[in-house]
Design a protein around this ligand. Structure first.
Ligand SMILES: C[S@@+](CC[C@H](N)C(=O)[O-])C[C@H]1O[C@@H](n2cnc3c(N)ncnc32)[C@H](O)[C@@H]1O
Length: 316
């Protein structure tokens, strides 16, 4: 068994300055990558198990039912690279089908990633596993020296690409293409446009887990940036914006109130929101246009119950 973990510690000044800049902006916003402290990671896993959040189960069913087609379309592969791998659950299916020699997983939550990757490594004694605790928006290129030569597959499931506005998504996919190298491929899963009420329900689960995930961001600011948010005075507010084709997640202020963060004061008007996440939804052709702009030629695609997986790369 070979397991390596390397942490690229986030610059605490970046966290502080991103949050302060986001709170000073109009409208207020904070980048969604800051959801994922340890509590945020646990809450995200729980969101995936909620009955209304069908995305994870549908993607799993699609991958399981089409695995042999997907593996055949990919062909022989030396290394799988998974950005934002989280608990490293989804890649296990691909490992069974592709048998690569190397797996490189990346996540901003380095602690939970290293535990999940080490456990995966124990289950795959012949696989060389490298876990990189990094913010890939900031540090993706620093992953390159940790990748072996050979055929690389970038695996980006879970519709995580939907957290980026179209221009930023194209820019990220371009960076993934450079990291993948000459014989590189990209296997990516994304959520499709569908009944807005179904989407609305997915981000407003009855058990309140998505609400807790959203509010945990304020608790994280209290814990790590000496903030004094009273979370009972903010409400999780998520809705589908059909014009933009995205779910928007906000925290709405239930009162006119002042909050202090890292020694600075910010005013929230009654009903004002802090925008915390977008989750873009796509038509398959819309997404392939975006990936093509990033230099990825479409190779194959699969679809199940409002979820799509597309394979990009060198077409032989
Ligand atoms: C929506 S979850 C998806 C997890 C898993 N890939 C799945 O499909 O279920 C997003 C994951 O990406 C990670 N993440 C978010 N922004 C990141 C960034 N800028 N750099 C590295 N990891 C990031 C989070 O910590 C989290 O594990």
């Amino acid at each position: 068994m070979s397991f390596t973990f390397k942490d690229f510690p986030a610059d605490r000044d970046d966290f502080r300055s991103d949050v302060l800049a986001g709170l000073a902006a109009c409208p207020k916003s904070i980048p969604p990558k800051y959801f994922y402290d340890e509590a945020g990671c646990r809450l995200f896993e729980s969101i995936c198990a909620q009955p209304e959040y069908t995305l994870t189960r549908t993607e799993g069913a699609l991958m399981a039912s089409r695995l042999s087609d997907i593996a055949a379309a990919i062909g022989p592969m030396d290394c799988i690279v998974e950005p934002g791998a989280g608990e490293c659950a989804k890649v296990r299916l691909l490992l069974q089908a592709l048998h690569p020699a190397h797996l490189v997983v990346l996540d901003i939550a380095g602690g939970p990633l290293s535990i999940a990757a080490q456990s995966l490594s124990r289950d795959h004694p012949g696989l060389a596993v490298t876990a990189l605790g990094m913010d890939f928006i900031h540090d993706l290129e620093a992953a390159a020296p940790h990748l072996p030569e050979g055929r690389r597959l970038i695996y980006y499931p879970g519709s995580s690409i939907g957290n980026f506005a179209p221009g930023a998504a194209t820019a990220l996919l371009t960076r993934f293409r450079r990291l993948a190298g000459a014989a590189g491929q990209l296997l990516i899963g994304f959520d499709l446009k569908k009944d807005p009420l179904q989407l609305h329900a997915a981000y407003n689960d009855a058990a309140g887990v998505t609400a807790a995930f959203n509010l945990n961001l304020l608790e994280r600011l209290n814990r790590e940036l000496d903030a004094n948010f009273d979370t009972s005075r903010f409400r999780h507010y998520a809705f589908y914006n059909p014009t933009a084709g995205r779910i928007e997640m906000h925290l709405a202020s239930l009162a006119a109130q002042d909050v202090s963060v890292a020694g600075q004061r910010f005013h929230f008007a009654l009903g004002e929101t802090l925008h915390t996440e977008n989750s873009y939804k796509f038509r398959p052709d819309e997404f392939s246009a975006l990936a093509t702009n990033a230099g990825w030629p479409l190779k194959a695609e699969w679809e199940l119950d409002g979820f799509a997986v597309q394979l990009y790369g060198n077409v032989d």
